[in-house]
Design a protein around this ligand. Structure first.
Ligand SMILES: [Zn+2]
Length: 62
């Protein structure tokens, strides 16, 4: 997944999703929220997700 691209919603197929929580019910999943069908879903974390979260943290510190 290229940087900046969002995971696809498993329910409606939209990519209008956003990182909701870094920690899902399992260690390796993060929670995403679909802005189109308003459904949270879990997505397996990769380096891109961690970078996304890091970027968020960095920008909120400034
Ligand atoms: Zn959706």
């Amino acid at each position: 997944m290229p940087r900046g691209e969002r995971p696809r919603c498993p329910f409606c197929g939209s990519t209008e999703t956003e990182l909701f929580s870094l920690f899902g019910q399992q260690l390796l999943t993060a929670q995403y929220y679909c802005n189109r069908c308003h459904t949270p879903f879990e997505y397996i974390k990769g380096d891109d997700v961690l970078e996304d979260a890091k970027a968020k943290l960095t920008s909120s510190e400034e």
